[in-house]
Design a protein around this ligand. Structure first.
Ligand SMILES: Nc1ncnc2c1ncn2[C@@H]1O[C@H](COP(=O)(O)OP(=O)(O)O)[C@@H](O)[C@H]1O
Ligand SMILES: [Mg+2]
Length: 360
């Protein structure tokens, strides 16, 4: 087993800089998820840890050893990709054992590892089948099995579930969580799917344009985001952002006026740090689940109901304001009246300055 350390890691392709000095400590046995929009550099960072991409500047260490110049095969890592290229003419057993057979590994040990891997992934009854006789989920399990066969000190996953349908993805997510528990090995997992990140990670690393925006436990990111980007990326449906102007502020708090409301709507929040100047533009962030009944929160909003999605237990109201920006409001199904206009209250909100930095 091994932890991973990134120290000021930079990646450039020619003169184009993709990763701008990423530093991170992954503890031994930890499950860390890199999450961020497509193109933000998740795969590049993971591939540098695997040794599939060179490190332009800075250091990558695995188990306390700098591995910048260590061959991928010597790093003790196994990587699972989105596209699980199994050998079509080989059985599951042969696919699992192929890598070790090629390096002349001891036969008895290969047999032991096949049995253990099949047990962990519950594919013992599939060992004699060919890939075309397997479902998508079973194939992906075999691909993960090939990684387990190597008994690595570090697992790297690059969007391994993206090719599976929604139901299988949920099922495999649970399998991966179980696998991590069972093996206790360090895992780094890349995804653009915030739900996967929230459900799998011990800690999430949020990336944006090659920069680490925030690192933290899933609920800490949800409850206490450092900036508007993280606030918008973590949580589903996404946090609503309402433009506002600072009316007054002092050492204790700030009062803002929400833009685009039919009536003047003000909201006061305590602040530990300095308040922005009156007249400054800020953004009020409200999660869909943080709207409540009229009169029961910090500020009431009158909104037009555009569409209601009834999901059974909860409903999502797609609403618009006089200022014509959209809001998503989550309510208990029985709290949704059939009305063209409703008043909801902001029970909890976040403030961001005009650069997206959280005001606390
Ligand atoms: N070999 C390469 N040469 C040049 N640019 C690349 C190369 N690989 C990736 N990139 C660029 O680096 C950026 C990050 O890519 P990637 O790490 O694949 O993002 P992600 O996995 O987050 O979607 C993208 O803009 C991509 O086009
Ligand atoms: Mg990628």
């Amino acid at each position: 087993m091994a932890g991973v350390t990134l120290s000021k890691v930079v990646k450039r392709f020619g003169s184009y800089e993709i990763i701008h000095g990423a530093s991170l400590e992954v503890a031994d046995g930890e499950f860390v998820v890199f999450v961020g929009p497509s193109g933000c550099g998740k795969s590049t960072l993971l591939r540098m840890i695997a040794g599939l991409e060179s490190v332009t500047e800075g250091d990558v260490s695995i188990g306390g050893r700098v591995v910048n110049d260590v061959e991928p095969a010597e790093r003790g890592v196994a990587m699972v990709f989105q596209s699980y290229a199994l050998y079509p003419h080989m059985t599951v057993e042969q696919n699992l054992s192929f890598g070790l057979r090629m390096t002349g590994h001891d036969k008895a040990d290969i047999a032991r590892r096949v049995e253990r891997t099949a047990g962990i992934l519950r594919i013992a009854e599939l060992l004699k089948r060919k890939p075309r006789q397997l479902s998508g989920g079973q194939r992906q399990r075999v691909a993960i099995g090939r990684a387990i066969m190597r008994e690595p000190q570090l697992f790297l996953f690059d969007e391994p579930l993206s090719n599976l349908d929604a139901e299988l993805r949920v099922q495999m997510r649970v399998e991966l969580a179980r696998l991590h528990k069972e093996l206790g090995v360090t895992m780094i997992y890349v995804t653009h799917d915030q739900t996967e990140a929230m459900t799998l990670a011990d800690r999430i690393v949020v990336l944006r344009d090659g920069t680490i925006e925030q690192v933290g436990r899933p609920l800490d990111l949800y409850n206490d985001p450092d900036n508007q980007f993280v606030a918008g990326f973590v949580g589903s449906p996404k946090m609503n952002f309402i433009p506002a102007l600072v009316v007054e502020g002092d050492g204790r708090g700030v009062t803002v006026e929400l833009a685009g409301q039919e009536r003047t709507t003000r909201l006061t929040q305590p602040l530990a740090g300095p308040a922005p100047e009156p007249g400054s533009r800020v953004v009020v962030g409200v999660r869909p689940e943080h709207f409540g009944d009229a009169g029961k929160g910090d500020a009431d909003l009158l909104v037009n109901v555009d569409i209601v999605e009834h999901l059974g237990g909860t409903s999502f109201i797609y609403a618009s304001t006089a200022g014509d920006y959209g809001l998503v409001i989550q309510r208990d199904a029985d709290g949704v009246a059939d009305a063209a206009e409703i008043t909801v209250s902001i029970r909890k909100s976040y403030l961001f300055d005009e650069n997206g930095k959280r005001l606390r």
